[in-house]
Design a protein around this ligand. Structure first.
Ligand code: SF4
Ligand code: SF4
Length: 329
Protein backbone atom coordinates (compact mmCIF):
# COMPACT_ATOMS: atom_id res chain seq x y z
CA UNK A 1 0.00 0.00 0.00
CA UNK A 2 1.53 3.42 -0.98
CA UNK A 3 2.34 5.75 1.90
CA UNK A 4 -0.32 8.39 2.51
CA UNK A 5 1.44 11.74 1.90
CA UNK A 6 -1.00 13.59 4.21
CA UNK A 7 -0.57 11.36 7.27
CA UNK A 8 -0.09 11.89 10.11
CA UNK A 9 -2.62 14.70 10.16
CA UNK A 10 -3.00 17.00 13.14
CA UNK A 11 -6.10 19.26 13.03
CA UNK A 12 -5.35 22.99 13.12
CA UNK A 13 -6.24 24.35 16.56
CA UNK A 14 -7.40 27.70 15.15
CA UNK A 15 -10.08 25.76 13.30
CA UNK A 16 -11.06 23.30 16.03
CA UNK A 17 -11.38 26.13 18.54
CA UNK A 18 -13.95 27.76 16.22
CA UNK A 19 -15.94 24.51 16.22
CA UNK A 20 -15.82 24.23 20.01
CA UNK A 21 -18.20 21.47 21.20
CA UNK A 22 -20.09 21.44 17.91
CA UNK A 23 -20.43 17.89 16.57
CA UNK A 24 -21.58 17.40 12.98
CA UNK A 25 -22.07 13.69 13.74
CA UNK A 26 -24.64 14.56 16.42
CA UNK A 27 -26.41 17.02 14.11
CA UNK A 28 -26.42 14.39 11.35
CA UNK A 29 -28.10 11.89 13.70
CA UNK A 30 -25.28 9.32 13.85
CA UNK A 31 -26.51 6.39 15.97
CA UNK A 32 -30.17 7.54 15.91
CA UNK A 33 -32.63 4.72 15.10
CA UNK A 34 -35.63 6.84 14.09
CA UNK A 35 -36.10 8.40 10.68
CA UNK A 36 -36.26 12.20 10.92
CA UNK A 37 -35.71 15.22 8.73
CA UNK A 38 -32.07 16.38 8.34
CA UNK A 39 -30.62 19.48 9.99
CA UNK A 40 -28.10 21.74 8.28
CA UNK A 41 -24.58 20.70 9.26
CA UNK A 42 -22.30 22.78 6.97
CA UNK A 43 -22.61 24.97 3.88
CA UNK A 44 -24.88 27.53 5.48
CA UNK A 45 -25.90 30.29 3.08
CA UNK A 46 -25.71 32.67 6.10
CA UNK A 47 -22.31 32.35 7.84
CA UNK A 48 -23.04 35.26 10.21
CA UNK A 49 -25.82 33.46 12.07
CA UNK A 50 -25.04 29.71 11.89
CA UNK A 51 -23.46 28.01 14.91
CA UNK A 52 -20.55 26.84 12.76
CA UNK A 53 -20.49 30.02 10.60
CA UNK A 54 -17.08 31.22 11.81
CA UNK A 55 -15.58 27.79 11.07
CA UNK A 56 -17.05 27.93 7.57
CA UNK A 57 -15.52 31.40 7.08
CA UNK A 58 -12.14 29.92 8.13
CA UNK A 59 -12.54 27.34 5.33
CA UNK A 60 -12.68 30.13 2.74
CA UNK A 61 -9.65 31.89 4.25
CA UNK A 62 -7.46 28.81 3.62
CA UNK A 63 -7.86 29.00 -0.13
CA UNK A 64 -4.80 29.99 -2.16
CA UNK A 65 -5.56 33.24 -4.07
CA UNK A 66 -6.52 32.19 -7.59
CA UNK A 67 -8.14 34.50 -10.13
CA UNK A 68 -9.98 31.76 -12.01
CA UNK A 69 -11.39 30.34 -8.77
CA UNK A 70 -12.69 33.80 -7.81
CA UNK A 71 -14.27 34.22 -11.24
CA UNK A 72 -15.93 30.80 -11.04
CA UNK A 73 -17.26 31.47 -7.57
CA UNK A 74 -18.58 34.92 -8.56
CA UNK A 75 -20.28 33.37 -11.59
CA UNK A 76 -21.88 30.71 -9.37
CA UNK A 77 -23.18 33.32 -6.89
CA UNK A 78 -24.61 35.30 -9.81
CA UNK A 79 -26.24 32.19 -11.25
CA UNK A 80 -27.80 31.21 -7.91
CA UNK A 81 -29.21 34.75 -7.50
CA UNK A 82 -30.67 34.78 -11.03
CA UNK A 83 -34.49 35.12 -10.75
CA UNK A 84 -36.73 32.47 -12.33
CA UNK A 85 -39.50 33.51 -14.73
CA UNK A 86 -43.11 33.76 -13.54
CA UNK A 87 -45.19 30.58 -13.92
CA UNK A 88 -47.09 30.89 -17.23
CA UNK A 89 -50.89 31.06 -17.01
CA UNK A 90 -51.51 28.15 -19.39
CA UNK A 91 -50.36 24.67 -18.42
CA UNK A 92 -48.64 22.63 -21.16
CA UNK A 93 -50.00 19.08 -21.33
CA UNK A 94 -47.82 16.01 -21.91
CA UNK A 95 -48.03 12.45 -20.68
CA UNK A 96 -45.85 11.66 -17.65
CA UNK A 97 -43.46 9.69 -19.85
CA UNK A 98 -43.23 12.55 -22.38
CA UNK A 99 -42.36 15.02 -19.60
CA UNK A 100 -39.48 12.82 -18.44
CA UNK A 101 -38.30 12.09 -21.99
CA UNK A 102 -38.22 15.85 -22.66
CA UNK A 103 -35.38 16.19 -20.13
CA UNK A 104 -33.02 14.58 -22.64
CA UNK A 105 -32.76 17.97 -24.39
CA UNK A 106 -30.63 19.26 -21.50
CA UNK A 107 -28.19 16.37 -21.89
CA UNK A 108 -28.12 16.83 -25.68
CA UNK A 109 -27.39 20.55 -25.23
CA UNK A 110 -24.44 19.72 -22.92
CA UNK A 111 -26.06 21.41 -19.90
CA UNK A 112 -25.69 18.21 -17.83
CA UNK A 113 -24.79 14.54 -18.29
CA UNK A 114 -27.56 12.83 -16.29
CA UNK A 115 -31.24 13.35 -15.49
CA UNK A 116 -33.61 11.34 -13.29
CA UNK A 117 -36.94 11.80 -11.52
CA UNK A 118 -38.33 10.62 -8.19
CA UNK A 119 -41.09 11.55 -5.72
CA UNK A 120 -40.02 13.74 -2.81
CA UNK A 121 -40.00 12.14 0.66
CA UNK A 122 -40.54 14.29 3.77
CA UNK A 123 -37.32 12.97 5.34
CA UNK A 124 -35.28 14.56 2.54
CA UNK A 125 -36.47 18.12 3.34
CA UNK A 126 -34.24 20.09 5.76
CA UNK A 127 -35.99 20.74 9.08
CA UNK A 128 -35.82 24.53 8.59
CA UNK A 129 -37.35 24.34 5.09
CA UNK A 130 -40.74 23.62 3.55
CA UNK A 131 -42.05 22.70 0.11
CA UNK A 132 -45.39 21.57 -1.29
CA UNK A 133 -43.84 20.40 -4.56
CA UNK A 134 -44.09 16.60 -4.82
CA UNK A 135 -41.47 15.67 -7.41
CA UNK A 136 -37.67 15.99 -7.64
CA UNK A 137 -35.79 16.11 -10.92
CA UNK A 138 -32.13 15.22 -10.36
CA UNK A 139 -29.40 16.56 -12.63
CA UNK A 140 -25.80 15.30 -12.74
CA UNK A 141 -22.80 17.17 -14.16
CA UNK A 142 -19.55 15.33 -14.78
CA UNK A 143 -16.17 16.48 -13.51
CA UNK A 144 -13.22 16.86 -15.84
CA UNK A 145 -11.26 13.99 -14.28
CA UNK A 146 -7.89 15.33 -15.45
CA UNK A 147 -8.60 18.42 -13.31
CA UNK A 148 -10.33 16.70 -10.39
CA UNK A 149 -7.45 14.27 -9.87
CA UNK A 150 -5.28 17.16 -8.61
CA UNK A 151 -7.26 17.54 -5.35
CA UNK A 152 -6.60 18.69 -2.70
CA UNK A 153 -4.65 21.20 -4.81
CA UNK A 154 -6.55 24.31 -5.97
CA UNK A 155 -6.46 22.96 -9.54
CA UNK A 156 -8.81 20.13 -8.51
CA UNK A 157 -10.87 22.45 -6.29
CA UNK A 158 -11.47 24.73 -9.25
CA UNK A 159 -13.18 21.91 -11.11
CA UNK A 160 -15.45 21.36 -8.11
CA UNK A 161 -16.53 25.03 -8.30
CA UNK A 162 -16.73 24.84 -12.11
CA UNK A 163 -19.13 21.88 -11.90
CA UNK A 164 -21.22 23.46 -9.13
CA UNK A 165 -21.60 26.43 -11.47
CA UNK A 166 -22.80 24.09 -14.25
CA UNK A 167 -25.14 22.31 -11.81
CA UNK A 168 -26.63 25.65 -10.72
CA UNK A 169 -27.02 26.76 -14.34
CA UNK A 170 -28.81 23.59 -15.47
CA UNK A 171 -31.07 23.56 -12.39
CA UNK A 172 -32.12 27.14 -13.18
CA UNK A 173 -32.57 26.33 -16.86
CA UNK A 174 -34.78 23.29 -16.19
CA UNK A 175 -36.84 25.18 -13.58
CA UNK A 176 -37.31 28.11 -16.00
CA UNK A 177 -38.38 25.74 -18.79
CA UNK A 178 -41.02 24.12 -16.55
CA UNK A 179 -42.34 27.49 -15.31
CA UNK A 180 -42.67 28.78 -18.86
CA UNK A 181 -45.03 25.86 -19.43
CA UNK A 182 -47.36 26.72 -16.59
CA UNK A 183 -46.07 24.41 -13.81
CA UNK A 184 -44.37 25.28 -10.53
CA UNK A 185 -40.63 24.68 -10.28
CA UNK A 186 -37.86 25.64 -7.82
CA UNK A 187 -34.14 25.17 -8.48
CA UNK A 188 -31.99 23.53 -5.78
CA UNK A 189 -28.30 24.32 -6.15
CA UNK A 190 -25.21 23.29 -4.18
CA UNK A 191 -22.88 23.38 -2.42
CA UNK A 192 -24.77 25.71 -0.04
CA UNK A 193 -27.60 23.92 1.77
CA UNK A 194 -30.82 24.16 -0.24
CA UNK A 195 -34.30 22.88 0.55
CA UNK A 196 -33.50 19.18 0.27
CA UNK A 197 -30.76 16.58 0.60
CA UNK A 198 -29.58 15.62 -2.87
CA UNK A 199 -27.92 12.20 -2.47
CA UNK A 200 -31.06 10.26 -1.36
CA UNK A 201 -33.21 11.36 -4.34
CA UNK A 202 -30.24 10.75 -6.67
CA UNK A 203 -30.06 7.17 -5.35
CA UNK A 204 -33.82 6.70 -5.80
CA UNK A 205 -33.92 8.05 -9.37
CA UNK A 206 -31.25 5.58 -10.51
CA UNK A 207 -28.05 7.62 -10.57
CA UNK A 208 -26.14 4.89 -8.75
CA UNK A 209 -25.29 3.50 -5.32
CA UNK A 210 -23.86 5.02 -2.16
CA UNK A 211 -20.13 4.39 -1.83
CA UNK A 212 -18.13 3.80 1.32
CA UNK A 213 -16.84 7.38 0.97
CA UNK A 214 -20.40 8.67 1.50
CA UNK A 215 -20.79 9.93 -2.07
CA UNK A 216 -22.73 8.46 -4.95
CA UNK A 217 -21.09 6.07 -7.41
CA UNK A 218 -22.47 5.99 -10.92
CA UNK A 219 -21.33 3.18 -13.26
CA UNK A 220 -20.32 5.62 -16.00
CA UNK A 221 -19.02 8.63 -14.07
CA UNK A 222 -17.95 7.02 -10.79
CA UNK A 223 -18.03 9.70 -8.11
CA UNK A 224 -16.67 12.33 -10.48
CA UNK A 225 -19.87 14.34 -10.76
CA UNK A 226 -21.94 16.94 -8.87
CA UNK A 227 -25.67 17.30 -8.39
CA UNK A 228 -28.35 19.89 -8.94
CA UNK A 229 -32.10 19.45 -8.54
CA UNK A 230 -35.48 20.92 -9.39
CA UNK A 231 -38.63 20.61 -7.28
CA UNK A 232 -41.83 20.67 -9.33
CA UNK A 233 -45.53 19.84 -9.50
CA UNK A 234 -45.36 19.00 -13.23
CA UNK A 235 -46.45 15.36 -13.73
CA UNK A 236 -43.11 13.72 -14.58
CA UNK A 237 -42.80 9.91 -14.65
CA UNK A 238 -40.27 8.58 -12.17
CA UNK A 239 -37.10 6.78 -13.27
CA UNK A 240 -36.20 3.48 -11.56
CA UNK A 241 -33.64 2.93 -8.82
CA UNK A 242 -30.69 0.88 -10.12
CA UNK A 243 -28.16 -1.40 -8.44
CA UNK A 244 -24.94 -2.68 -9.97
CA UNK A 245 -23.18 -4.53 -7.13
CA UNK A 246 -21.25 -1.40 -6.11
CA UNK A 247 -22.31 -1.66 -2.46
CA UNK A 248 -20.79 -5.14 -2.29
CA UNK A 249 -17.68 -3.94 -4.18
CA UNK A 250 -17.18 -1.25 -1.51
CA UNK A 251 -17.31 -3.80 1.28
CA UNK A 252 -14.19 -5.42 -0.26
CA UNK A 253 -12.34 -2.26 -1.41
CA UNK A 254 -10.29 -0.05 0.93
CA UNK A 255 -8.89 2.56 -1.44
CA UNK A 256 -10.73 5.57 0.01
CA UNK A 257 -10.28 4.36 3.61
CA UNK A 258 -6.52 4.28 3.07
CA UNK A 259 -6.40 7.56 1.18
CA UNK A 260 -8.39 9.62 3.68
CA UNK A 261 -5.81 11.57 5.73
CA UNK A 262 -7.83 11.86 8.99
CA UNK A 263 -9.21 8.27 8.95
CA UNK A 264 -12.79 9.56 8.52
CA UNK A 265 -13.98 6.65 6.36
CA UNK A 266 -15.17 3.64 8.30
CA UNK A 267 -14.99 0.01 7.05
CA UNK A 268 -18.46 -0.62 8.49
CA UNK A 269 -21.89 0.83 7.75
CA UNK A 270 -23.52 2.85 10.50
CA UNK A 271 -27.05 3.91 11.46
CA UNK A 272 -27.86 7.51 10.66
CA UNK A 273 -31.39 8.86 11.26
CA UNK A 274 -32.88 5.38 11.06
CA UNK A 275 -30.98 4.17 7.98
CA UNK A 276 -28.00 1.79 7.98
CA UNK A 277 -25.49 3.08 5.43
CA UNK A 278 -21.91 4.03 4.62
CA UNK A 279 -21.14 7.17 6.59
CA UNK A 280 -18.16 9.53 6.70
CA UNK A 281 -17.23 10.71 10.21
CA UNK A 282 -17.97 14.42 9.86
CA UNK A 283 -15.97 15.47 12.91
CA UNK A 284 -12.83 13.72 11.65
CA UNK A 285 -13.27 14.83 8.03
CA UNK A 286 -14.05 18.51 8.50
CA UNK A 287 -10.68 19.77 9.86
CA UNK A 288 -8.77 18.34 6.87
CA UNK A 289 -11.59 19.35 4.51
CA UNK A 290 -11.41 22.93 5.81
CA UNK A 291 -7.61 23.18 5.74
CA UNK A 292 -7.51 22.05 2.12
CA UNK A 293 -10.57 24.12 1.07
CA UNK A 294 -12.60 21.08 0.08
CA UNK A 295 -10.33 17.97 0.07
CA UNK A 296 -12.31 15.56 -2.26
CA UNK A 297 -9.44 13.03 -2.18
CA UNK A 298 -11.90 10.18 -1.54
CA UNK A 299 -13.92 10.79 -4.69
CA UNK A 300 -10.83 11.33 -6.85
CA UNK A 301 -9.10 8.10 -5.76
CA UNK A 302 -12.21 5.91 -6.06
CA UNK A 303 -11.46 3.47 -8.91
CA UNK A 304 -14.95 4.05 -10.34
CA UNK A 305 -14.12 7.73 -10.96
CA UNK A 306 -11.33 6.99 -13.43
CA UNK A 307 -12.65 7.47 -16.99
CA UNK A 308 -13.50 4.21 -18.73
CA UNK A 309 -13.21 2.04 -15.62
CA UNK A 310 -16.77 1.94 -14.24
CA UNK A 311 -18.63 0.34 -17.15
CA UNK A 312 -16.02 -2.47 -17.33
CA UNK A 313 -16.35 -3.01 -13.59
CA UNK A 314 -20.15 -3.24 -13.91
CA UNK A 315 -19.81 -5.91 -16.60
CA UNK A 316 -17.34 -7.83 -14.43
CA UNK A 317 -19.66 -7.65 -11.42
CA UNK A 318 -22.62 -8.79 -13.53
CA UNK A 319 -20.62 -11.78 -14.84
CA UNK A 320 -19.57 -12.69 -11.29
CA UNK A 321 -23.18 -12.44 -10.02
CA UNK A 322 -24.35 -14.66 -12.92
CA UNK A 323 -21.69 -17.30 -12.17
CA UNK A 324 -22.65 -17.25 -8.50
CA UNK A 325 -26.32 -17.69 -9.37
CA UNK A 326 -25.51 -20.59 -11.75
CA UNK A 327 -23.27 -22.29 -9.16
CA UNK A 328 -25.95 -22.18 -6.52
CA UNK A 329 -28.77 -23.45 -8.80
S1 SF4 B 1 -12.68 3.74 -3.13
FE1 SF4 B 1 -13.45 1.64 -3.04
S2 SF4 B 1 -14.49 1.49 -1.06
FE2 SF4 B 1 -14.19 3.65 -1.48
S3 SF4 B 1 -16.11 4.27 -2.40
FE3 SF4 B 1 -14.71 3.78 -4.08
S4 SF4 B 1 -15.12 1.61 -4.53
FE4 SF4 B 1 -16.05 2.06 -2.55
S1 SF4 C 1 -13.23 14.62 1.94
FE1 SF4 C 1 -11.08 14.14 2.48
S2 SF4 C 1 -11.05 14.14 4.70
FE2 SF4 C 1 -13.18 13.98 4.09
S3 SF4 C 1 -13.66 11.79 3.97
FE3 SF4 C 1 -13.00 12.38 1.94
S4 SF4 C 1 -10.79 12.00 1.92
FE4 SF4 C 1 -11.43 12.03 4.05
Amino acid sequence: MPKNPFRPFEPNRDFTSLLGDYSGNAVNGLGEDAIRRPSMVWWTPDMDTAEFGDAQKWFYQQEQPDEEMLELRTARHKMVAEPLPEVAAKKAERTAVEWTQALVRFVQAGDCEMTGVTRLRPEWVFDHEHTELPTVIMLGVQHIYEELEHVPDTRGGKDVTRQYLRAAAVSKKVAAWIREQGWQADAVTGPMTGKILMIPPALECGFGELGKHGSLINPEFGSAFRLGAVLTDAPFATTPKREFGIDDFCSRCRVCENACPPFAISPEKQTVRGVEKWYVDFDRCIPFFAETSGCAICIAVCPWSRPGVGLNLVEKLARRAKRKAEDSS
